[in-house]
Design a protein around this ligand. Structure first.
Ligand SMILES: NC(=O)c1ccc[n+]([C@@H]2O[C@H](COP(=O)([O-])OP(=O)(O)OC[C@H]3O[C@@H](n4cnc5c(N)ncnc54)[C@H](O)[C@@H]3O)[C@@H](O)[C@H]2O)c1
Ligand SMILES: O=P(O)(O)OC[C@H](O)CO
Length: 388
């Protein structure tokens, strides 16, 4: 009994006196005789602090804590500054360690530091994690141009495209790597941010053409509840992430029109067929196998049931009120990626005279911009070329 008590007290004492992260890091460096300028720990910067951005900062703030020899003790998170209840969001994050606007109720590791100047946030970074709404990525990259280390690696978690001159579209990874002249990998998956924040089990896919680099990146993101598979088929991973938001918008329309799970399953199936065809046509070499990773079918399912695009599209179909008004009312500053992505996809399909080969993608865009009625979605499903 006495020994048991002694052990308990000892445990309690150890818990109270446990070293801080900084102390652990310094002691590790000391014991292993690591000279910082010879084996400098890698610096990670998260560019974005929305709903998913904040969750990712929490994850890398934890994984890097467990690998003190490999990572710098601080993770900078770039915050697009705003005032929340009279206080700067960056100040709230740095004092309360909570992003009260975009991820309420979730505690962030103290090593995650909010920085409002993107150049300062990313100074000296070895790994730049891009996770912001796709509308803003070019502007942020233009600011960073000339300020990132040449051997820095980017990972984009952003779902969407950019319209290119001449009728085409660009992948977000291409925008990042061409402006900053750095290697860019992608991470996509069935990852509704609020669920990942609660550490509910889920999976993700890293697309990286360099195996070794892919494995290193996996160690940055992977936890026991966030398991990652690395594949080399980078383009398909990224395209799946972007296109699933268009299908999710259709799923929301279907829900708002009052249809049930069978109709939604048809939306998911026909949407998936269009995603596969889109990759075959525009990204030759893309592998069907990649659609069976988390970035493919799994993300399509989760987003068509639990995502923000589905939710706002449902309200739109039910009420007939404008999408942008509903987005503001329902999402409190978070942003939809489905309607702009449908417009980007349509920009290319229209230029190539291929709208009729992708009727679901086309219908979503036309409904979003008011060229078609939401009920026309059913006409599109019933007459889809997949039935011929
Ligand atoms: N939220 C999710 O569940 C989730 C999951 C996986 C992937 N994603 C993807 O991650 C990306 C980022 O999503 P999110 O959920 O972190 O963002 P979000 O939808 O929460 O977007 C809000 C963010 O945009 C910022 N912002 C607003 N105006 C800006 C401007 N002018 N310039 C720069 N930033 C501005 C806000 O400060 C805020 O940080 C998206 O492409 C999304 O599709 C999201
Ligand atoms: O909430 P959505 O619709 O932006 O989707 C969130 C994620 O992309 C799901 O993986």
């Amino acid at each position: 009994m006495c020994i048991f008590r002694f052990k308990l007290n000892l445990r309690f004492l150890c818990f109270i006196c446990r070293p801080t992260y900084e102390q652990k890091y310094r002691s590790y460096v000391g014991q292993n005789n690591i000279k910082p300028n010879i084996m400098a720990p890698k610096k990670i910067c998260v560019i974005g602090s929305g709903n998913w951005g904040t969750v990712i900062a929490k994850i890398v703030g934890t994984t890097s804590l467990n690998l003190p020899s490999e990572f710098d003790p601080t993770i900078n998170m770039w915050v697009f500054e705003e005032i929340v209840d009279g206080e700067k969001l960056s100040h709230i994050i740095n004092t309360r360690h909570e992003n009260v606007k975009y991820l309420k109720g979730i505690q962030l590791p103290e090593k995650v530091v909010a920085v409002t100047d993107v150049i300062e946030a990313s100074a000296g970074a070895d790994i730049l994690i891009f996770v912001l709404p796709h509308q803003f990525v070019r502007g942020v990259c233009e600011k960073l141009k000339g300020h990132v280390k040449p051997d820095c690696v980017a990972v984009t978690l952003i779902k969407g495209f950019e319209v290119a001159e001449g009728g085409g579209i660009l992948l977000i990874s291409t925008v990042i790597s061409s402006i900053l002249n750095i290697r860019t990998a992608v991470l996509m998956g069935a990852n509704i941010a609020n669920e990942v924040a609660l550490e509910h089990y889920c999976e993700a896919t890293i697309g990286c053409s360099d195996y070794q680099l892919g494995q290193s990146l996996k160690s940055v993101f992977e936890t026991s509840y966030f398991r990652i598979v690395v594949v080399e088929d980078v383009l398909t991973v990224e395209v799946c992430g972007a296109l699933k938001n268009v299908v999710a918008t259709a799923a929301g329309f279907s829900d708002g029109l009052g249809y049930g799970d069978n109709t939604k399953a048809a939306v998911i199936r026909l949407g998936l067929m269009e995603m596969i065809r889109f990759c075959e046509l525009f990204y030759p070499g893309s592998k069907l196998q990649t659609f069976f990773e988390s970035c493919g079918i799994a993300d399509l399912i989760t987003t068509c049931y639990g995502g923000r695009n589905r939710k706002v599209a449902e309200a739109f179909a039910r009420t007939g009120r404008p999408l942008d008004v509903l987005e503001k009312e329902i999402l409190n500053g978070q942003l939809l990626q489905g309607p702009p992505t449908a417009a980007e996809v349509n920009h290319m399909l229209k230029a190539k005279n291929m709208e009729d080969q992708f009727p679901l993608f086309t219908a979503v865009h036309k409904i979003c911009i008011g060229e078609q009625q939401v009920g026309d979605l059913l006409v599109c499903l019933k007459n889809h070329p997949e039935h011929k």
